[in-house]
Design a protein around this ligand. Sequence first.
Ligand code: UDP
Length: 318
Amino acid sequence: MEKKRVLITGAAGFLGSHLCDRFINEGYRVVAMDNLITGDLKNIEHLFPNKDFVFYNQDVSHYIYVPGKLDYILHFASPASPIDYLKIPIQTLKVGSLGTHNCLGLAKEKGARILVASTSEIYGDPLVHPQTEDYWGNVNPIGPRGVYDEAKRFQEAITMAYHNYHKLETRIVRIFNTYGPRMRLNDGRALPAFIGQVLRGEDLTVYGDGSQTRSFCYVDDQIEGIYRLLLSNYAYPVNIGNPDEITIKEFAEEILKLADSNQKITYKPLPTDDPKQRQPDITKAKEILNWTPRISRADGVKLTYNFFKSLPHEYLFK
Ligand code: UDP
């Protein structure tokens, strides 16, 4: 039987590269696309010798051309950390809006099913806790995070419009904080920041008083949820994340303990519109996808810490 062919945008990024691995392992042909603004070829270079893998250096915010059939498209191209979207706000808006439009157009042309990567950021600083998919969110459109949050909200709207109007097969995953090997240490996110700091012998920087909460999901669990959602027949948004919630201060302390370090925590100002709490309600994912996260934070953080510890020391200073 002919192998199924999947396009993954943002393929050289953190989640994109793990998706490439998963689809290659499942026996698909993978077309990987990235413009390498925040992605890194190092994340996928091990796949280059594979005859079922091809890489296109293209910006999805411009017209995209992919010859041949496509069965599935996974749209994962986007800057995804607050530091990135503050640095490149216009590209962030474009890839979530124009980039999504281009991917939807390609899916329609190819008769492919498309899954778009949405985010817990569409809930903003949530007034409902934990966040269920039917909560509409509390987003500041003109704040620094607005470029990401509103692009992702538009992405959901246009995806549903293609589903309803063009009868396209669409899937929307709302991804909550996810971590693991291949994150960029300097992307400003809490976990890679803390791991980089602990390995460099620096103080850990906690923003605000550290009482804000997040719920962290290990990458393998996240990829499993996305894979199941793609193959399901459910067109509405589904939260994928780990509901195990923790304050950021406790999280920093856990990493100091794991590294057996007596480095200190220093407190920095809380960034504008930093959500105070976040926890996914994953009832839907459990019911529809029979999915639940399997990897505890203790195990996942250890795996991630050991990954970064094993890299050449210079890497910690990039
Ligand atoms: N954070 C922190 N120190 C850092 C980086 C992040 O205290 O060096 C905080 C950040 O303000 C936020 C939480 O950790 O409250 C999670 O941040 P991240 O960027 O990982 O995710 P997001 O805010 O997008 O959920």
